[in-house]
Design a protein around this ligand. Structure first.
Ligand code: NAP
Length: 425
């Protein structure tokens, strides 16, 4: 039987998962592909560590040795950071290999370059594992894009943050205690900053944006906030009001602008991501024909992530083609409505401050209010944007209620009439 020769760049959690999956599912892969997939080489950083691999496997710290493997067809990449992953995968494509990566930091920055290069060289770049681990979200969006337009993406993309928020709510524990538990269980890294500050979810959102819309917003324009300021007291009040705090990554293309954020928001039971708990990830895409489509599953972990990479392998070897992706949409012509109007956000927000009051202000309804531990909690329905509120009252904590806040496009001259000072401290 012919062999499909593959190499692994990185032999940590994910690399070992791919090695194991190829071995434990050897028969299934042979049945599907008609050929056996064999790892011939593994690239690592520390050449002195013992690796539990078959004798014939070349373990090296020199990437050139990997490239020289005769008949190498597939390169799996599971190392960390933008470089050297990007350079290695570029070289592997030039050498004629298909490449499959789990590296979201690298792919968020260089994905388009790699995909363009692969297209020219008639090679394939698999990146299912970069976003939401074992869920088939990349493949699902690529499939939907054959006919549908994607209007928006809304997702829980970081299992660690979701685990922490779920356990703070269910057990009434403070953030630091739940984080410690997550680290003991292996859900959070020793340095959890990327997860709890929202960077990890941000990179995944940018990958989904590139796939869905053919481009990303300017990274600096995406509002990014982690979960470190969410308190168990806030969670308890919102729970009584029927809300859960969820860390959502969201993007929508409206007129010629992207509206995107990665931040904690409130969701009620009617929201499709309300029931997504613990380390689970879920992604909801709103499409032109199929309506709302939600995919949920394990967002990380050795075998779910390896599963995504091995699925990419079977896809390329069976179809010999790359995923469909959206090409960049032309910007709106000058003088469009979007240029003449300002976007403002109207809808429901929870507002917390030491002394928050509304004095007969037009356009603001107080839906709920509560005083707890010297803090005033208000649920308001208002016409002014949160940005304006925060600018005027930087000490307030504001949570958007997901699904209850809508964009309103206001002609500039009318804007001053709509935006009123609604909060008096
Ligand atoms: N863990 C997950 O559940 C998960 C899920 C989805 C995506 N990912 C992504 O997958 C990638 C790998 O994650 P991981 O959890 O497997 O990481 P990990 O356990 O830290 O393993 C990283 C591996 O890469 C090797 N490596 C690091 N820098 C290298 C370099 N410059 N040259 C060659 N090898 C190098 C390391 O070599 P040594 O063994 O010699 O140190 C190690 O084998 C990351 O980009 C991560 O974001 C991870």
């Amino acid at each position: 039987m012919a062999l499909i020769k593959a190499a692994l760049l990185g032999f940590g959690t994910v690399g070992q998962g791919v090695y194991e999956a190829l071995k434990t599912h050897r028969e299934q892969l042979k049945a599907v592909l008609g050929e056996e997939v064999v790892i011939e080489g593994i690239l690592v950083k520390d050449g002195s560590k013992q690796r539990d691999v078959d004798e014939h496997v070349l373990v090296t710290t020199d990437f050139e040795e990997i490239l020289q493997i005769e008949g190498l067809q597939i390169v799996f990449e599971a190392i960390v950071g933008e470089e050297p992953g990007f350079t290695y995968l570029s070289k592997a494509l030039e050498k004629g290999c298909h490449v499959i990566t789990a590296n979201k930091v690298m792919f968020a920055r260089h994905g388009r370059t790699l995909l363009d290069k692969a297209e020219k060289l008639e090679r394939f770049v698999g990146f299912e594992a970069t976003t939401a681990g074992g869920t088939p979200i990349i493949r699902s969006i690529a499939q939907l894009l054959q006919v549908n337009e994607i209007h928006s993406v809304e997702a829980i993309l970081n299992g660690t943050s979701n685990y922490i928020l779920t356990n703070m709510r269910e057990k009434g524990l403070p953030f630091q205690d739940v984080l410690k538990r997550a680290q003991e269980l292996g859900y959070a890294e020793a340095d959890p900053a990327s997860d709890i500050e929202g960077h990890d979810a941000f990179f995944k959102l940018m990958i989904l944006s590139e796939l869905s819309f053919g481009e990303t917003p300017e990274w600096k324009d995406v509002e990014r906030k982690g979960i470190t300021d969410v308190t168990s007291e806030q969670i308890a009040v919102f729970k009584d009001w029927g809300f859960k705090v969820k860390h959502l990554a969201r993007i929508r293309r409206d007129r010629d602008q992207f509206i995107s954020s990665v931040k904690p928001v409130l969701v009620d039971a009617a929201h499709p991501l309300y029931g997504v708990e613990d380390v689970q990830n879920a992604i909801m895409v709103e499409t032109s024909l199929a309506g709302k489509v939600t995919v949920q599953g394990a967002g990380a972990g050795k075998l779910p992530t390896a599963s995504a990479m091995v699925e990419d392998l079977t896809y390329v070897l069976q179809s010999n083609s790359t995923f469909a992706r959206k090409k960049k949409i032309a910007p709106f012509a000058a003088g469009s409505l979007a240029e003449e109007a300002d976007r403002t956000l109207v809808g429901e927000y929870a507002v917390i401050g030491s002394s928050v009051g509304f004095h007969g202000t037009d356009g603001v309804d107080i839906l709920k209010q509560e005083v707890k531990d010297d803090l005033v909690y208000l649920l308001i329905k208002c016409q002014a944007s949160t940005a304006e509120l925060l600018e005027e009252n930087p000490d307030l904590v504001v949570y958007e209620v997901a699904g209850k806040v809508k964009e309103a496009w206001v002609q500039s001259e009318k804007k001053d009439l709509l935006l009123q000072k609604v909060i008096n401290l």
